[in-house]
Design a protein around this ligand. Structure first.
Ligand SMILES: [Zn+2]
Length: 111
């Protein structure tokens, strides 16, 4: 969960702020360290993780949402591959023009 949880009030990161009865608590770093956020409440990390896990499973069980997400990911990946292939072709074409000595005697060298 590190780096993934954000304060609902200021958008700052949430970090471990202590523990109670062996359970880790997290709170807004901006409230805790800088005092620039007034969201002082802390949350049990295990409870936050449980809520996120429940929401994740709920999203995964929605076939139409997953199909759309997978379709979007495949489209993005194809665009990335196409862009990489074009960049490779440009680089490969540029190498042929600028690298290597000029061939002055094709018959003797086979170049
Ligand atoms: Zn905050």
């Amino acid at each position: 969960m590190s780096g993934l949880t954000k304060c609902g009030k200021c958008g700052g990161g949430m970090a471990i702020s202590g523990s109670t009865d062996g359970r880790v608590r997290i709170s807004c770093v901006r409230a805790r360290d800088a005092g620039v956020c007034d969201h002082k409440r802390s949350y049990y990390l295990d409870r936050v993780e449980a809520v996120v896990a429940e929401a994740f499973v709920a999203v995964l069980s929605q076939k139409d949402v997953m199909q759309k997400a997978i379709g979007t990911a495949i489209k993005k990946r194809r665009e990335d591959i196409s862009g990489e292939a074009k960049a490779y072709s440009r680089a490969e074409g540029g190498m042929g023009k600028s690298e290597g000595p000029a061939c002055n005697n094709r018959a003797a060298s086979g170049c």
